[in-house]
Ligand binder design. Sequence first.
Ligand code: MSP
Length: 514
Amino acid sequence: MNNKYYITTPIYYPSGKLHIGHVYTTVAADAVARFRRIMGDEVFFLTGTDEHGQKIQRKAQEAGKGPKEYVDEIVEGIVDLWDVLNISYDKFIRTTDNYHVSAVQNIVQQLYDNEDIYKSEYEGWYCTPCETFWTKTQLGEKSVCPDCNRPVEKAKEESYFFKMSKYQDRLVEYIENNPDFIQPTSRRNEMLAFIKAGLEDLCISRTTFDWGIKVPFDEKHVVYVWLDALSNYITALGYPEKTGLYEKFWPANVHLVGKDIVRFHTVIWPTILMALDLPLPKQVFAHGWLLLDGGKMSKSRGNVVDPVILAKKYGVDAVRYFVLREIPFGQDGNFSNELMINRINFDLANDLGNLVSRTVAMVEKYFAGAVSGGQQEEEVDKDLKALAVETNEISSDEINKLMLSNALADIWKFISRTNKYIDETAPWVLAKDEGKKERLAQVLYNLCESIRLIAAYIQPFMPETASKIHQQIGTENTDRTWKEGGKFTVKKGEALFPRIDLKKELDELESITL
Ligand code: MSP
């Protein structure tokens, strides 16, 4: 059956270069999108940039540029970064795109016409880096943002408000009746407690700056940047126009978001959709963060965290593998150059790279590069094949549940099992015995077939590596079931992941200044 699958990343603020932590959401969404396509789904994968608001306006001013000129340059860098990282998005939305601007105006007008918006005065605090309003009660004794700990600013201005409080009971009921709507469960419980503590109406317009979408019925006001940004998930599909995409793909299967922005996606977004009388997304999935020495990631802390530099040095797939492997399901992970180099050396160069190069070398040495199956099976082969089949089932299930790190860990268990099979069968011993020729061929066939499956399993995560492996074992067959009696014609290629001298590399990285 041809299922529709709509997956989104958050749209990124073009307020500086993205770091290795930022790329996690998009690389994760890409792996899932690729997996779904392989499984035959019709996928729509959306990403983009969130370009309005006070934060961007200020950054542009600091840079001595107009806001549009400022964002244009950075957005170009983001598009290039996704190209470098092989992100297979179907659409890139910019909130400065005309169709988005008029769609947001349409949304705000609908809310106004339905009397879900009223004019009043906002008096409270605002965190510009997070673009978030805070009340005195939420701040408590402190005058810093409860999310990011940076100072908040007092704001007092005429504003339009969205009657969010009106939807509180409906939202609680929805979350309680739909256990999968917010995942993982820990985030769901957190959000339920937050909503049950009471929702206030939401300030949805600002007048003290002008870099935003104008409120259609009162042009002194610009639309609050989160309302503008969240709407992208439907405006990208053409909403409110009926272009076919909206009808086909909404509601989204999953909005993949970092844990810092779950509240916006599970409180503001669903209540806006309720007010518009539109269906809610099926799931908002919150992933953990990649931390630098246990803290927030930032360039000023000295380490090289630029994904472009890392991809150039170690290969795109090493970066993709690292972030996806290092953030465990629902938790935070750690980044350091040492951790990354160790993963490359142990998981990629040793476990995977050596498996491929040893196998190809043996097929060349013992059978002049071509080997066929359907020969002499032995007991030890059964265990390998059973794990090959099981790995497909387990890792597919894990990807469907967005447990990507677990999926990779399980694929790597199969890689280790395949390496162990080489030790168990000792092909170099079989090669010494003319009478064991058929058995040797079968062993090498089993190794090639395991490698073929490994390439298929890692393909959504590491597409380049999968095709390099295909070239070396002479097949493009990505079918995920074990084949008996096939044939492989191998060809030695370059090492998939050359080993890195840790000490030398760390010194070199230290010396890079950005
Ligand atoms: N513009 C908003 C999203 C609007 S969506 C309607 C935004 N942008 S962001 O550029 O600040 O962040 C984009 C994504 O990167 C978020 O999902 C955020 O959680 C993620 N990450 C930022 N730093 C991160 C790490 N260090 N680790 C993992 N993800 C991180 O928020």
